[in-house]
Design a protein around this ligand. Structure first.
Ligand code: NAP
Length: 284
């Protein structure tokens, strides 16, 4: 079975549209600001795709685009203004950045209350503790996709491949809170196949094509592939080989899987940010 994300994403967008209308009736227009430093065609493409979705769901989208040689001070200045601007509810920073800029320095400047990507230290900590916060979108998308296809996580043997800051590590914490029994594999794991052999569900977030191949999986295994890689022929592929879908019980496709749902979750986080701001007091 192919675990495509479109249906799950459409359900999220439908719920968001209703919420956006509710907020607008109360005089609040949900607004998101995206910061894009030019030079990486893929991030420009993703920013445009997010803008189109914002239009579809009634969210105002402001794209702040900078030339490749923009200074850190200039970006920090903009983030400071966006943090203060009460009409802006969410701030996203498109990655990667040019080499002279530090993503972690710039991300840390974003107000946790507007951090819809869940990249600030406060939201990373909330992901660990389960306290109120904006959790990173891709790990949430991985779990939502599995659940959408009926895979319950509680009590299940889950193998997580990758422990990166963006996907694997926060996903580990979310899986713990789902009460899964999690084995974490990484670049020093000698025999990945042995850890997939006893798993019922696997999540893969490595950043290398063909990390999981058909001979490593069994027919009862469901695999959520969070990887996004450019293959030699220019096509976008995941971390799991294409032919795995014929052997495993289920596999999420790339593209059309986790990435599709991740964008929806970013907007779900925007709604949560507005809810927290107006109903529960500011996170910052
Ligand atoms: P990352 O920080 O580079 O982490 C990669 C992880 O993979 C590390 O933990 C590394 O182990 C592990 N690894 C490397 N080679 C391995 C191997 N042969 N076997 C097992 N594990 C191995 O990556 P990331 O930022 O978390 O991103 C992971 C993937 O998700 C990338 O493809 C990225 O493009 C994709 N991604 C997708 C979305 C989306 O929306 N779908 C969003 C963000 C990222 P060590 O810890 O030992 O180095």
């Amino acid at each position: 079975m192919l675990m495509k994300a479109k249906e799950a994403a459409d359900q999220v967008y439908e719920a968001i549209r209703t919420k956006v209308e509710d907020w607008k009736r109360q005089g609040v227009t949900p607004r998101i600001a995206t910061i894009l430093v030019e030079g990486d065609p893929a991030s420009a493409y993703y920013a445009q795709a997010k803008q189109k979705i914002a239009q579809r769901i009634g969210v105002e989208f402001a794209l702040h685009s900078f030339p490749e040689d923009v200074s850190e001070a200039e970006l920090l200045g903009l983030i400071g203004r966006l943090n203060e601007d009460a009409s802006v509810h969410g701030i996203m920073l498109e990655l990667p950045l040019p080499k002279h800029l530090s993503a972690s320095v710039i991300e840390k400047a974003i107000s946790p209350a507007k951090d819809v990507d869940g990249v600030t230290p406060a939201n990373k900590l909330a992901t660990v503790t389960g306290e109120l916060g904006l959790y990173p979108a891709t790990p949430q998308a991985c779990i939502k996709l599995a659940k959408h296809y009926g895979y319950k996580l509680e009590g299940k043997n889950v193998t997580l491949v990758g422990r990166g800051q963006t996907v694997g590590l926060p996903l580990f914490h979310l899986l713990q809170r789902e009460n899964a029994t999690v084995t974490v594999c990484h670049s020093r794991t000698p025999d990945l196949a042995s850890h997939l052999a006893h798993a019922e569900i696997a999540f893969v977030a490595v950043g290398r094509p063909d990390t999981v191949r058909a001979e490593m999986v069994h027919s009862g295994l469901a695999i959520v592939d969070a990887g996004i890689n450019e293959a030699d022929d220019g096509k976008i592929v995941g971390d799991v080989s294409f032919d795995v879908r014929e052997k495993a019980a289920a596999l999420s496709p790339v593209p059309g899987g986790v990435g599709t749902l991740t964008t929806a979750i970013l907007y779900e986080n925007l709604m949560k940010a507005i809810d927290i701001h107006f109903k529960e007091g500011n996170l910052a």
